[in-house]
Every structure is written in C-alpha cells, then in structure tokens.
Design a binder for this molecule. Structure first.
Ligand SMILES: Cc1ncc(C[n+]2csc(CCOP(=O)(O)OP(=O)(O)O)c2C)c(N)n1
Length: 690
C-alpha cells in the first residue's frame, strides 16, 4: 500500500490525472473539454459499447465541451454504440462556482432536453442513499438503452432517439473534512485537489488527515497485512470486463490494417512537367473514396471535417457514403444519412475530439481542414502528441493509427476569403513536438500527394500533417518520379536544373505547391534572360528532412545536406509557411549563412492568387531578383534583366487593379514554353463552394 500511495503524483511515479500510464484510459485528464467528443469517437461503429462519460461542471463550461453535446445528432442507434454522459454538478471549479450548478433545476432540465437528452437526476449527499439512487437510475437507464436499440432495429433506426443522461449533484470534496482551519472545505471549492497543505508546519493537519482517512474504516476493507479482503476482491468483473483491461481503451489491440487501393491507379498522367493541371486534393478524394469503399464492411474508417469536405475537394467520397446525420432532414438534402461515414460539424474541436476517440479505440481516419482554422485545435493536437509520446515508452500500449490532417484551402489560395483565412502557422506549432511523433509533408502536386496519403494511412502512432492545395495547378512528376521523390522526401529536380556535371551558381529550393510553381517560373525566367546561369532546383516534400539527423529520424545527414545544398553557394528557398521555420530547422547546417528564405510574412488581403505571392515577395519576379542580388558576379548583364522584371511587377499591379484577375502570362505560364503558347488554364474551381 505504501508503494501504491508513494507512486501517486510523486517524482518518477504516475501522474495525478488519468494519463497514458493508467490502464483503461484513452483520455488524458489534464486539459479539460474533450470528454464527450472522445466518448462519442469511441462509440461510433462500436454498436455493443456503452461509453459512460463523467463531465465536470467546470469542464462543461469550456467551448469544446459545450459544443460536444450535439454529438448525439451523429450517432446511429443501429450501427453505433451509446454514450451515457454523467454531468457531475459538484458546484465548484478551482476557486469559483460553476454556471450549470447555479441555474434552476428547470433551466437545467430544459437545457439538456434541448440538446436531445433525457436527463435523470441523481442528487443528494447521504452516501448510502446516493449509492442506491445511482444504482436504480443506472438500471432504469440500461433498460431504456436496450429499448431504444430494439426500437431502432424494429423501425430501421431512422429516428433520432432521446438518449438518457445523468445529472449527478453531489458535494465537491464529498466526505472530506467539513472545515479545515475554520474554513469551509467539503461542498466548497477549497476541497479542490489539495484541501490542505503545510503538513510539516502544522502537525494538526496530520491529525485531520488521519481522522479523515480512518472515517473510511479501512479495517473493514483490508486484512491485517493490508490485503483487500477476498470477498471484496471477488466483486469486480474478471478479465477483459475489468475497466483497466477493456481492449477498447488500448485501441492498438483491436486495430485492423486498412485495405488500401493501389494509389498508383489514381495517378495523374504527367507526360512532361507542368503540361497539365489538376486539383491535387480532388485526386486524393478519389483515392479516399475507394479506401472508404474497400473498408465499408469493417466499418473502421471515417473522414472528419468542419463543413469543408467538399470545399477541400473530397466530394467523390459521397459516391460511396454520406455525411452522418441523425437530425431532421429534408428531401432536398445533399448526402445526409444516419449511416454516413463523413463526419461534418462546424466545430474543429468536435472533429478533432471525435477523430481522437475513434483512433484511440483502434480505428482509422483523416481530418480535412482549412489551413488557417486548424489553429483552433492547436492545444488538442498538443495533448494527442503528448499522449503518443508517452505511449512510445509504455510497452503494453499497442500502436494506433496515426492522426492524419489534410490542410487545404491554404494561405496562398484564399483569394476571396482574404486575410482572415491566411495563416500557415500550424506547422510551426507542430514541429515543436517530439520528432518521434510528428511528420509534416508538403507535396507539390497530385501524384506526390497520393504517395504521401498512402504512406500516412499505413503509418502508426504519428501525427501526419499534409498541406496541399485544392485549386487547379500544374502537375510536375509522373507517378514513378513521385514515388521516388516522396521516398527520399527531398531531391534535385534534374529536369528543372542545369548544373549537372558541374557546380551550381545558385540553389533554388522550394517546399509547398505554390512556392514550387513560383520557383520553376523563376527558373524559366533565367532560361530566357540569363541562360548561362547554373541553377540547381531542389524540392522538399518531407519538411523534417531539413533537420539534422540527430534531431529527427527523417533528418538528412550533414554530408547529404551539404551535397544537396552545397557548402558555399547561395540558396534561395521558397517556402509555403513562415520563413523563420526553415531557418529554425537548418540553423546548424554548414551553408545556413547563405540561405535566404521567402515565405508568408503576414501580408494578405482579398486579392488574386499571384498578388498574394507578390505581397509576400515569394513570386517568380522577386525570386529572380533575390538570385541576382546574391550573385554580384553577374554584374551589368543582370541589371537589364532585373529592370525588366521590376517593370513586370508594376504591370501586374496595374493589370489586377483594372481586370480583377492575374495577367494571362501568369495564369497561362507553362514550364518550358513561351507564355503565349500555353492554353488558358482554369485557375480556380470556386463553383465547388469556394
Ligand atoms: C482547459 C483547461 N483549463 C483550465 C484547467 C485548470 N483546471 C484544472 S481543474 C479545474 C476545475 C475543474 O472543475 P470541474 O470540471 O468541475 O472538475 P471537479 O474537479 O470539480 O470535479 C481547472 C479550471 C484545465 N485543467 N484545463
């Protein structure tokens, strides 16, 4: 017993909150707000599971928890399990009363009926009576659950049931001393976590503690040697029926590999670099559609999005399934059904919480989100990444499917939505986490995105962040090339470089679809204006390749890094996100002093796609100028070219002010062709709801 107590919240022991170390848990108790959405995530596609979920009245005040009551509109009584929320009104948080504990019974009752639940109140402070009341209420609730399930079977499960919930009102710090040092403690916020301290200074506190502990009559529970009495040890369930051994709470035990189609079957037919265009995420959507199809039988794959599934171009998935929906529906609704496998609610918290619950109980999923708004769940990502990090060191925790994000509708193509929708900072946040947990991919085209997607769906115990655009964009690599490029994660694009067999004058690196386009367009300008310049083009798909190998398992060795980026040549690096991140990842590299990074520098508004890159100095003309500035040896030859380019920028501004769109020589630009020779490209597909 000494050992048990000593390890609790003790250096080197176990945390005071429920944590990965706690058998039977999928839910870290530290950061409040996610209990109900985790519970629903666990219940989806687990028709025989009842997930009871205790919610503190303080936790119930958080934004994430407040929205999560609505999860019942997405729960199918035929194919999903049940969540039994137990709202615990103990009246107080750390130092304040709780809102839900201080509204009238009627208001409370109506609130939860309004959320679609049937509340059962269990209220009081006499332990004996409360135990009986709770037991009787649970009996009634489990009968109701069985009846609801049977009704659903009989009627086809099209109607949303009013699921039961419990509202438990009991004193905070129930059965602790009523007062300590003359101050109200039981049934008050003072009982939160540590009702008294100063055990060394105040011997009377030891006395209080002793009296308090003895009030539980340990002599009735344990024998003289401190062992639990056998008749009591008999009471809990056996084997996997024990809470701690429930396999749902160690999801890897239940995890089945996804059946994946061959991603090469979805390849965009690239005959030569840049000749055709495609919407990368729409191509990914076709692959996900068939992934969905192949796993319908096992019901272990879902997609999650805050109302952006189609906007991010995954609509082909609707050929196979629908959006989950148990609320009212109308004949003209678009792909809503009780058994839909696409989870859409306008709450990033919900999508994240549901997906975490779903993954932690041994299933698979993908979350698609506008890049700017994924920040809403920064903190939830933190907690999941921490959970995974700790699990790496707990041998009995079996690997679970990775948490996969597609961040689309990204910073560079928020033409109409403007500044509010322009923020590529989630990746800065993500790379703070342990290298053995996070992966960040920026595939430059559809074929690389397919290869990355396949990889993410097969991986385990990671958080994979994939950033890819949804608008029509030039396609660079054949599937063969894409696989090689993604396998390496970084590489020289030979067809775009002209330094083979010698030394480059400059390295032009790019990471992200739009920076890749602008880099290649800049290289094209050099072909025209300064063809003798030796340029090496490097593309980065796997951002973590830039880190030293000592920092990240994907990191390039210094030797390989130097071979690619040279030890002394200027590097102009066009990056999708904030430029500082590239510096952060490469500051130890030999040639860091020659690294000049362009990226998003918080300049944005409603404008054309090309103007977005111009505002942030990431456009082909600025990149061209950057190279010239770093190669003084070009001398006056370059001065004319630079002037021509400067004039282009002025022309661009005048043109967009007049026509509201980019110049044809920008939109129709094709790699290796004269501007006029290209066919008019469609630069956006806003018809698909922006
Ligand atoms: C998101 C978040 N904000 C703040 C805290 C700090 N905090 C820890 S416990 C607590 C009060 C919780 O009250 P309640 O949910 O009613 O739980 P109780 O301890 O009363 O059962 C707070 C604010 C936290 N853990 N998580």
């Amino acid at each position: 017993m000494k050992r048990l107590f000593k390890q609790f919240s003790f250096p080197g022991g176990i945390p005071s909150h429920v944590a990965p170390e706690t058998p039977g848990s999928i839910h870290e108790g530290g950061e409040l707000g996610y209990a109900v959405s985790h519970a629903y995530g666990a219940a989806y596609d687990n028709p025989n599971l009842v997930v009871s979920c205790v919610v503190g009245d303080g936790e119930a005040e958080t934004g994430a928890l407040a929205t999560s009551w609505h999860s019942n509109k997405f729960l199918n009584p035929l194919t999903d399990g049940v969540v039994l929320p137990i709202l615990h009104l103990n009246g107080y948080k750390i130092a304040n009363p709780c809102v839900l504990a201080r509204i009238s019974h009627q208001e409370l009752d109506q609130l939860f009926r309004g959320y679609g639940y049937t509340p059962h109140f269990v209220e009081g402070s006499d332990p004996e009576k409360m135990h009986q009341l709770m037991a009787a209420t649970l009996d009634k609730i489990f009968d109701d659950i069985q009846r609801i399930k049977a009704d659903a079977k009989r009627t086809g499960g099209m109607k949303r049931p009013l699921w039961p919930m419990i509202i438990l009102r009991s004193p905070k710090g129930w059965t602790c001393p009523k007062e300590i040092d003359g101050k109200r403690t039981e049934d008050y916020w003072r009982s939160h976590q540590v009702p008294m301290g100063e055990m060394h200074e105040k011997p009377e506190h030891i006395k209080i503690l002793e009296k308090w502990m003895k009030s539980y009559k340990p002599e009735e529970l344990f024998d003289k040697t401190g062992r639990l009495k056998p008749e009591l040890a008999e009471l809990p369930p056996k084997g996997n029926r024990r809470m701690s051994a429930n396999p749902h709470a160690n999801g890897g035990l239940l995890l089945k590999d996804l059946v994946l189609p061959d991603f090469c079957d979805y390849a965009v037919a690239v005959t030569k670099p840049g000749a055709i265009s495609a919407e990368s995420t729409r191509v990914m959507g076709k692959f996900l559609r068939d992934t969905m199809k192949l796993n319908m039988q096992t019901s272990n794959f879902r997609l999650f999005s805050p109302d952006e599934n189609n906007s991010n171009r995954w609509q082909d998935v609707m050929e196979i399934t629908n959006r989950a929906w148990m609320a009212d529906s109308y004949p003209y609704d678009d792909h809503l059904a009780p058994d839909g496998r696409v989870m859409e609610m306008l709450s990033e918290h919900q999508c994240q919480g549901w997906l975490e619950g779903y993954l932690l109980t041994g299933r698979h999923g993908f979350f698609s989100c506008y890049e700017a708004f994924i920040h809403i769940i920064d903190s939830m990502f933190n907690q999941h990444a921490k959970w995974l990090k700790v699990c790496h060191h707990i041998p009995w925790r079996r690997p679970i499917a990775s948490l996969n994000y597609l961040l689309s509708s990204h910073v560079w193509r928020q033409d109409h939505n403007g500044f509010s929708h322009q923020d590529p900072g989630f990746i800065d946040h993500v790379v703070n986490k342990k290298a053995d947990v996070v992966r960040v991919y920026l595939p430059p085209d559809a074929n690389t995105l397919l290869s990355v997607t396949d990889h993410c769906l097969r991986s385990r115990n990671y958080v994979n962040v994939v950033v890819a655009g949804k608008q029509p964009a030039p396609q660079w690599l054949t599937m063969d090339e894409a696989i090689k490029h993604c396998t390496a994660g970084i590489g020289i694009w030979e067809w775009a470089s002209n330094d083979k067999g010698g030394e480059p004058d400059v390295v032009m690196a790019c990471c992200g679809d739009v920076p890749t386009l602008e880099t290649l367009a800049a290289v094209d300008l050099f072909r025209r204006y300064l063809p003798a310049l030796k340029i090496r083009v490097i593309n980065v798909v796997n951002l973590m390749k830039l880190q030293p190998e000592s920092e990240h398992p994907h990191g390039l060795s210094d030797h390989d890094f130097d071979a690619l980026f040279t030890k002394d040549k200027p590097i102009v690096f066009a990056f999708h996100g904030y430029p500082w991140l590239i510096h952060r990842l490469t500051y130890r590299r030999t040639n860091h002093k020659n690294l000049h990074v362009r990226g998003y520098k918080e300049e944005g508004t409603t404008s054309t796609p090309f103007d977005m890159v111009v505002m942030n100095d990431l456009d082909r003309f600025h990149l061209f100028g950057d190279v010239i500035d770093r190669l003084p040896q070009l001398g006056s030859r370059a001065a004319y070219a630079k002037q021509a380019i400067r004039d282009k920028l002025l022309e661009h501004k005048q043109y967009i002010a007049k026509y509201g769109e980019d110049m044809p020589e920008i939109t129709d630009w094709q790699w290796g062709q004269q501007a006029s020779a290209g066919t008019k490209r469609r630069s956006s597909t806003e018809g698909d709801n922006v």
